[in-house]
Design a protein around this ligand. Structure first.
Ligand code: MF3
Ligand code: CO
Length: 249
């Protein structure tokens, strides 16, 4: 069942999303060669306290951190660690979510660490653009399949692949609500979008093939062919005339 939010509830979600957006603005300049993903986790811990919000991920299904930090061939759900230090040429995905006044905000971005290869920088650009293209299909009357297909087409036309085993999701008073939002699919199918629906759209894009596997820690998802992967996510709301991005400040 897809829960439709009232305009007042959307306003609360906008304020929750704004905190997430501000986090990414503040963390971006810290992403330099030599920083560990644990340092970023400590920054997130202070950010959460300073903003008086609650962590969305810590404690969720036994997850132990505020952030997911996924380097290079890691797709999603990498766990921050003191011995994961990023180096020039790496790409680092950060996924962060919070709860404010009972509502969730969730967003992710992949950052280059210093100068990165041509393929890596294209992977980041293509993944970020695929999210924009998907968001561009969010309007009343369109179907979820229009969003999924648009993301898939924009990725595959660039020779990259979309992950099949993990999907985006509805979001609101829970981190994960209906509907599931695959980054692949067919136009014209799936639920019809209606004003008040709130969605976390999150393409995960691999430079090589789409298969992934989970490492022995039970969380870290990596590409099976160990090609690099990027991840961009926004929380958005369907409005009367289209959509608005909630996870920006
Ligand atoms: N953005 C991810 C999601 O939407 C974050 C979940 S990771 C977890 O599913 F650690 F919280 F499980
Ligand atoms: Co999400």
């Amino acid at each position: 069942m897809i829960l439709v939010k009232s305009p007042r509830e959307i306003e609360v979600m906008r304020r929750a999303g704004a905190v997430v957006g501000r986090f990414f603005e503040e963390v971006r300049p810290l992403i330099l060669p030599g920083i560990s993903t644990w340092d970023l986790e400590l920054f997130a811990d202070r950010f959460i306290a300073r903003n008086g919000v609650r962590s969305a991920f810590k404690g969720y299904m036994g997850y132990t951190a505020h952030l997911c930090t996924s380097i290079n061939e890691e797709v999603v759900h990498g766990i921050p660690s003191k011995d994961r230090v990023v180096r020039e040429g790496d790409i680092l995905s950060i996924d962060f979510g919070i709860v404010r006044d009972g509502f969730y905000g969730d967003s992710a971005m992949t950052f280059p660490v210093g100068a990165v290869s041509g393929v890596s920088s294209r992977l980041l650009a293509v993944t970020e653009r695929s999210l924009a293209v998907g968001i561009g299909e969010v309007r009343p009357g369109n179907r979820l399949g229009d969003v999924s297909a648009a993301v898939q087409e924009s990725v595959e036309s660039e020779g990259f692949s979309v992950v099949r085993d993990f999907v985006g999701h509805g979001i609101g008073r829970s981190l994960h609500e209906d509907p599931q939002i695959p980054n692949f699919g067919k136009r014209g199918v799936g639920p019809k979008l209606m004003p008040g629906m709130t969605l976390a759209i999150e393409p995960m894009v691999n430079a090589g093939g789409w298969p992934v596997e989970v490492l022995a820690d039970g969380w870290t998802v990596v590409t099976r062919d160990r090609s690099r992967s990027a991840h961009f996510e926004h929380t958005v709301a369907v409005t009367e005339d289209g959509c608005c991005i909630l996870s920006i400040s």
